[in-house]
Design a protein. Structure first.
Length: 230
């Protein structure tokens, strides 16, 4: 048996938190997500572990005392991922509070996801022009959805399409998502993480095509008149 340092035990708890948070009813998908988490190869999957670690670094009151109590124990290394004390701590201190932290997690996840799927050099070429066009739209978020639909030739789930729309909303309308939207992003990440990882390259293509579309046909302007194109 060994006693872990605070840093080591926090790392283990963070990994367990990520595994439990993304637990899937589909056994094969559950195996995949465990591999993603344990090998730490994908940035968007690592977000969950990183979020868990941030929470652990900012514990207060009974939660901090609870952490200190399990820090003082010794553990069998082979059984560390199934240890009842650590699993119970993860449930009570991290998982049970996720509904209250969905805003924070959703915000962090969207930041990481955006970095993965948006080509900054490519998007910056048309960014200002598109933003100026959207400022004239009465429903800019609806316009973004319409453009995504034009660019998307793939059969994404509703959740995936919504996540892409939120990505462009924050980038193009230059406004943060609402608490409700961040909560929805948190739920999408929780349930669809395997699909999100597998489709990252396709999302990049769709967003790239979206940026290259003609955005200047809003409200029928310039139709049939040879108006300016973006």
């Amino acid at each position: 048996m060994i006693q872990f340092t605070p840093d080591e035990l926090k790392s283990i708890i963070s990994l367990l938190f990520a595994i439990q948070y993304h637990e899937h009813d589909d056994k094969e998908k559950n195996k995949e997500v465990k591999k993603y988490i344990l090998y730490e190869k994908h940035t968007i999957v690592n977000t969950t572990r990183q979020f868990g670690r941030l929470v652990l670094e900012n514990l207060e009151d009974f939660k901090l005392s609870y952490l200190e109590s399990i820090l003082g124990k010794e553990y069998y290394l082979k059984e560390i991922l199934t240890n009842n004390d650590i699993l119970e701590f993860t449930d009570i201190v991290l998982l049970d509070y996720m509904p209250l932290r969905s805003f924070e997690y959703g915000k962090l996840f969207l930041q990481k996801f955006t970095k993965e799927v948006v080509n900054e050099n490519e998007s910056n070429l048309n960014l200002q022009k598109i933003q100026n066009i959207l400022k004239k739209e009465q429903q800019p978020f609806k316009k973004i959805g319409e453009q995504l639909t034009k660019a998307n030739e793939y059969s994404f789930s509703l959740q995936e399409n919504m996540l892409l729309a939120f990505t462009l909303k924050q980038k193009l309308i230059d406004t943060r998502c609402s608490s409700l939207e961040y909560g929805l992003i948190s739920k999408i990440a929780k349930q669809k993480i395997v699909d999100l990882v597998k489709n990252l390259a396709i999302y990049k293509k769709v967003l790239s095509k979206t940026y290259s579309l003609n955005w200047n046909l809003a409200n029928g302007k310039n139709k049939g008149r040879g108006g300016p194109k973006l």
